[in-house]
Design a protein around this ligand. Structure first.
Ligand SMILES: [Zn+2]
Ligand SMILES: [Zn+2]
Length: 272
């Protein structure tokens, strides 16, 4: 074994993206075998609203559907009660920049997006990519904007252009608000940067996670107001609620466990 190789193995320890268990330094996937199995189980969960597999589900909260005839796509459903391990992945996605995590998420987003475009005869090459800009204080605190990173990686994989369309002037965490407050907060937080959309009519709107949909609604609303004709929200994860009446999201959010995965603690990809 070459010295460089030995040093790499000593210092560049790889960790499973879900449970953080140490992995061998080789070309294996960035998950331990248990988590690969867990992720595959998650992918089998069906949408509670339309019954489709998540990669083909285009359900949006009714409020967004009212302003949009567009489709949507996401890569994984989560359900706060059964997804402690996913919460740990989300936590690292938001709090610590890791290229492997971004890359993993956008691989999933791209394949879901492609499948939906194919099924609905959408030419995605006509689209430009933008994102839900992170709050400035969070960017300062964590050092990066995870939606911007996702958007850039997503766009690169599809050969699309990325433009920044929103300034985030918010100062409150959506997570801590109820449904009505979320809508109000989102509406005043995202400010369209004059002229930024240019002549673009077709926009992919990237965010990491959709919970109540208030943020995506606020941003999609601004995009339509400023000339967009089609907006496709694409997120890595979506809360698998029944889309008629977003029940109890905020209450369930408070149970959100961001403290990291306890390996084997919850292993249940089925619907309740
Ligand atoms: Zn693992
Ligand atoms: Zn659905």
């Amino acid at each position: 074994m070459k010295i460089a190789e030995i040093l790499k193995r000593m210092f560049l320890e790889r960790h499973c993206l879900i449970c953080q268990e140490a992995l061998p330094y080789d070309g294996s996937p960035p998950f331990c075998p248990d988590c690969v199995e867990y992720y595959q189980e998650l992918m089998e969960i069906k949408c509670r609203n339309c019954g489709r597999k998540q990669s083909m589900c285009i359900c949006l909260p009714s409020k967004i559907n009212k302003i949009s005839h567009s489709v949507a796509s996401w890569s994984v459903f989560y359900d706060t009660d059964v997804s402690i391990q996913l919460s740990s992945l989300f936590s690292r996605l938001k709090h610590k920049y890791n290229r492997e995590i971004i890359d993993f998420c956008t691989d999933k987003m791209v394949s879901s997006f492609r499948a939906i475009c194919r099924a609905r005869n959408i030419n995605y090459k006509k689209f430009v990519v933008t994102y839900v800009t992170r709050r400035r204080d969070s960017v300062l605190k964590y050092g990066f904007d995870q939606s911007e990173k996702l958007a850039k990686s997503f766009a690169k994989k599809l050969g699309l252009q990325v433009i920044k369309v929103f300034e985030n002037r918010g100062n409150e965490e959506q997570k801590s608000l109820n449904k009505k407050q979320r809508a109000e907060n989102a509406a005043k937080s995202y400010v369209y940067i004059d002229g930024s959309l240019g002549e673009h009519k077709n926009v992919v709107l990237i965010d990491d996670i959709m919970t109540s949909g208030a943020t995506l609604y606020a941003c999609a609303f601004q995009l339509y107001k400023n000339g967009a004709l089609n907006v496709i929200p694409v997120t890595f994860a979506k809360d698998n609620y029944k889309s008629k009446g977003v029940k109890g999201n905020v209450k369930r959010n408070s149970k959100y466990n961001f403290t990291g995965a306890v390996k084997g603690f919850v292993r249940n990809g089925s619907q309740r």
